[in-house]
Write a protein that binds this ligand. Structure first.
Ligand SMILES: [Zn+2]
Ligand SMILES: [Zn+2]
Length: 436
């Protein structure tokens, strides 16, 4: 949004978490910026060009290809063995008639990450060549919201938990594909910490949406909403609220501030709470030993692990499957109440609580991944087998729905709308952005 008369070295930004207006000075390479009021990361570490991001994304994509070239894990007990590839984990879920779980597993561990990596490579190549590639704006718009759904790191923890659970029962061998998966996961994490969205968007769609007279009238002590400004969640451009609620730069449609949004979050939280009941009542997996099935609920699994002396793993499952979902629902309900009733005290603490809730929610998926791995790996005929149970489906739904609930919540509702009474002494409207 470069502003026709603003100095070329600075630009107007609007914090998407507290609606504070600020200017962003020119960032030196490696310098990032935070909102001075809510400490939201408004600008990532500046990159000189897209070369580094491109190199890491290419390396991650190549490693992802290698995941499918070798065996993932192998298992043997009393002479009966079974080797699985990465795709077998999804295939066995299909075999147990859980197609939605198979799709969720493939999408979060390889499908969406592959889309993310290839789209990013395409965008970086376009920006590097200075070319306007077809579809670049649409791709850039969907990439950032994908980031919480890339769960290869959660999957690795799930595999490790699954292996520790069965290591006493059988011989386990780690295949080259698992090593490739770990390397791919590290490269993927490094790639999305490197993406400088501000520079990338400047290369994809040059700015120019705020008129000079609007910029000249901006009051940096007031919220964006009170000046009819809104921030685009895809390209971070502030724009004047228009009847279509579309960002003029990338055409993404936006929700306005309002209570209807809180109702949506409430509805999702209630749905998650209802689904959490079958997730705990029904077995999440059942172990069949010599024809005898032993179903196990989430709590039963934790107790079983603790009784067997695997305290660290019992603790991981307890935190990921019980503590995290419940505290997430309680925290989000508290934030919805605060937004609805205008409890503006300690807005910074509430915003921090929101960020923690948003960050940790995806780790609850560990137990679903454990079930997928055990179900496809432990296949020794009548001797021993593990089947996924119906609770895996409802538990996965709880995790996905609570993640969507967190994403639908608008943290700007936690902050006083007028902003003139900001009591935070650290806030300096004339130096709004402090480089990291
Ligand atoms: Zn802020
Ligand atoms: Zn936009």
């Amino acid at each position: 949004m470069s502003t026709a008369n603003a100095p070329a070295s600075s630009r107007v930004l609007l914090c998407r978490q507290c609606d504070r207006l600020m200017t962003l000075p020119q960032r030196a390479p490696g310098e990032s910026a935070h909102c001075p009021r809510c400490h939201h990361h408004v600008a990532p570490a500046a990159q000189r060009d897209v070369q580094r991001t491109l190199a890491w994304a290419l390396a991650a994509a190549i490693m992802l290809g290698l995941v499918f070239a070798f065996d993932f894990l192998s298992f043997s007990t009393r002479g009966i063995g079974h080797t699985m590839s990465f795709l077998d984990a999804a295939q066995s879920l299909l075999g147990y008639h859980y197609p939605s779980l198979a799709i969720l597993l493939l999408a979060t561990t390889v499908g969406l990450p592959a889309l993310y990596l290839f789209a990013l490579i395409y965008l970086c190549l376009g920006v590097r060549a200075g070319a306007r590639l077809p579809g670049a704006i649409v791709l850039a718009r969907i990439l950032r919201p994908l980031e919480p759904w890339l769960m290869s790191d959660v999957f690795i923890v799930g595999v490790l938990v699954a292996l520790i659970k069965i290591i006493a029962l059988a011989d386990i061998h780690i295949g080259a594909s698992f090593i490739a998966f770990c390397v791919y996961s590290l490269l993927l994490i490094r790639t999305f910490t490197l993406v400088d969205w501000i520079t990338l968007w400047d290369g994809i769609a040059p700015q120019g949406v705020l008129d000079a007279h609007v910029v000249a009238r901006l009051d940096y002590e007031r919220s964006g909403e009170s000046q009819r400004l809104m921030v685009c969640h895809a390209c971070d451009t502030p724009f004047l609220i228009n009847p279509a609620h579309r960002c003029p730069r990338c055409r993404k449609r936006h929700w306005s501030h309002g209570a209807d949004r809180v109702q949506l979050t409430w509805a999702l939280l209630v749905a998650a709470l209802i689904l959490y009941i079958p997730a705990n009542v029904y077995p999440i997996l059942s172990t069949v030993t010599l024809g005898e099935a032993e179903p196990q609920t989430i709590i039963g699994g934790v107790v079983h692990l603790a009784a067997a002396g695997s305290w660290p793993i019992a603790l991981v499952i307890f935190v990921a499957s019980i503590v995290v979902p419940i505290s997430k629902i309680v925290a989000m309900a508290w934030l919805c109440l605060a937004a609805q009733f205008g409890w503006y005290r300690n807005a910074l603490d509430k915003t921090r609580l929101y960020r923690i809730t948003e960050k940790i929610g995806r780790w609850s998926m560990i137990d679903v991944f454990v079930v997928a791995i055990l179900g496809s790996l432990v296949q020794a005929g009548a001797l021993m087998a593990i089947h996924p149970g119906p609770a895996a489906l409802s538990f996965a739904a709880v995790v996905v729905i609570t993640m969507i609930a967190a994403l639908t919540f608008d943290t700007r509702l936690l902050w006083r709308p007028a902003d003139h009474s900001d009591s935070n002494p650290r806030f300096r409207p004339d130096h709004p952005v402090a480089p990291e």
